[in-house]
Design a protein around this ligand. Structure first.
Ligand code: DX5
Ligand code: ZN
Length: 223
């Protein structure tokens, strides 16, 4: 039995009631996934370290900060200080991804590479032994609530095989469009951590939605 981990993205949560929102799903989830956007790498803006710090004060869960920003190296320190457990960045946003990974590790934070749907995973393989997580994106970064890109599934399978072949301990996390219809394929392709944003913070009953996703992951993990 594998414990498949659930990591809700707060992107579509009610920001006016963020404390209550994250607490309402806390019993059913393993992580929180925090999407930081700069209006430059992606055509949208979200939040910075103050929200990360506020969530860190509110729940005990580990926090994965997904940086969708053009200059991640300038902000690693503030997100580490805000309570990030892991920081994921997109390798095309830095000059030397190996150096950025080292900088994250030196801050006592787990490094992760985020892989845009248009980015090949094979050239990133040399970096895998130094990672805690490979974040495979199944939507174009920028917005919650987009349709799952099925065509990324073979790339997720390859990334999982690359982790195993390189004796890396990195976990495969899948991000974008995951809901009760797409979670089986996501796990089937090799996801160990599943991000779900709009499928959980659905404006109706996040706690019930998180419980449903949790129980499906438990069933899939038992297979
Ligand atoms: C997209 C973000 C994702 C996304 C998840 O840029 O990185 O984390 O918002 O939300 P859903 O599950 O709604 O696609
Ligand atoms: Zn994300």
């Amino acid at each position: 039995m594998t414990r498949l981990q659930l990591s809700p993205s707060i992107l579509t949560a009610d920001f006016a009631r963020m404390g209550a929102e994250v607490q309402s799903v806390a019993d059913h989830v393993d992580w929180f996934h925090l999407d930081v956007m700069d209006g430059h790498y992606v055509p949208n803006l979200t939040f910075g370290p103050s929200i990360v710090e506020a969530i860190h004060r509110t729940v005990d869960h580990p926090l994965n900060v997904h940086l969708m920003i053009s200059n991640p190296e300038e902000f690693l320190g503030v997100f580490a200080a805000a309570g990030a457990t892991r920081i994921c960045f997109h390798p095309e946003t830095v000059a030397d991804p190996a150096r950025t990974i080292e900088q994250i590790r030196a801050l006592g934070v787990g490094p992760g590479l985020a892989v845009h749907p248009d980015v090949d995973v094979e050239p990133l393989g040399d970096l895998f032994p130094d990672l805690d997580v490979v974040l495979m994106m199944t939507v174009r970064p920028g917005f919650g609530g987009q349709k799952f890109m099925r065509e990324v599934l073979p790339k997720i399978e390859r990334a999982r095989a690359m982790v195993q072949e390189s004796a890396s301990h990195a976990e495969i996390e899948v991000d974008g469009g995951v809901n009760l219809e797409t979670v089986d394929q996501t796990v089937g392709a090799g996801a160990q951590i599943v991000v779900a944003g709009s499928a959980i913070f659905d404006g109706v009953d996040p706690s019930a939605a998180a419980a449903r996703m949790r129980s499906r992951l438990d069933e899939l993990g038992a297979q």
